[in-house]
Design a protein around this ligand. Sequence first.
Ligand code: GAR
Length: 296
Amino acid sequence: MFKRMQQKWGISGTQFWVIFVAFGLTGTTTAIITRYITSWVGLTPESFWLWKILLRISILIFGYQFILLVFGALLGQWNFFWKYEKKLLQKLGIMKSEMAKNSQKITKMAIFASGMGSNAANIIDFFKNRSDVKVALIICNKPGAGVLSVAEKHQIPTLLIEKDRFAKGDAYLPELKTAGVDFIVLAGFLWKVPPTLIAGYPHQIINIHPALLPKYGGKGMYGSKVHEAVISAGEQESGITIHFVNEHYDEGASIFQAACKIEPTDTAETLAAKIHELEYTHFPKQIDAMLTSQTK
Ligand code: GAR
């Protein structure tokens, strides 16, 4: 039984016995204190039973827990006992659990885009009535890009970035952190993401690519270039890939793929339209699914 408790609490054998002693000392001390308090307030064995029970419960709830923390700290086990007390306070509804705190938290998303921004617009639209997710920032590297007008229309702050600071400097991490950004979505962003940004947002940066990776990915493969390559290779189908971002172009772990048929009459333009439809249908839903799974 002791072994099982030790495993459940995730502590060493010695720590288990120290904790055991802390509980023992607390129990004895509380019993002594209860006796003193009982006689101090004038309760005798003949007093009304309800007063005695109420006094004992109050001492147990407040005094015992406090004394436990004192002995815990004196025996070098503050962390264990504070965690124990927090759990108890959460159960009694006096303190909010991390989960409850997280479920109230608003996830702030930044969208990186350099093109016309139709995906950005679609994502903004999808989350516009949500109280738990907010598109907090649009990051763009191209003055005059369509995505900047999208941001203006929805009154979302924008940040125009320049290559050297992004690729070789601090990757604009201070601005992202100041804006409270938790999650990054690349929607038509063509620069390679530097290690500094990846380290600042581990597993929190995703990209959409307009082909079925690992085919037709890598440097220079973006937008219509991808569709032209797919068509001229005579492929029967293409699609979209949503994936985590790592230091290499289009090589991070895949999260989701969806395919569409290519007809002999398709051109790069008609294929682009089919791909955009797939992106509009799936990208916001996949982002939502990821964010939901993270807050659980
Ligand atoms: C999207 O089709 C996206 O998949 C692609 O750029 C387009 C942006 O369109 N991304 C890449 O090619 C990344 N390698 P949008 O500006 O209308 O959202």
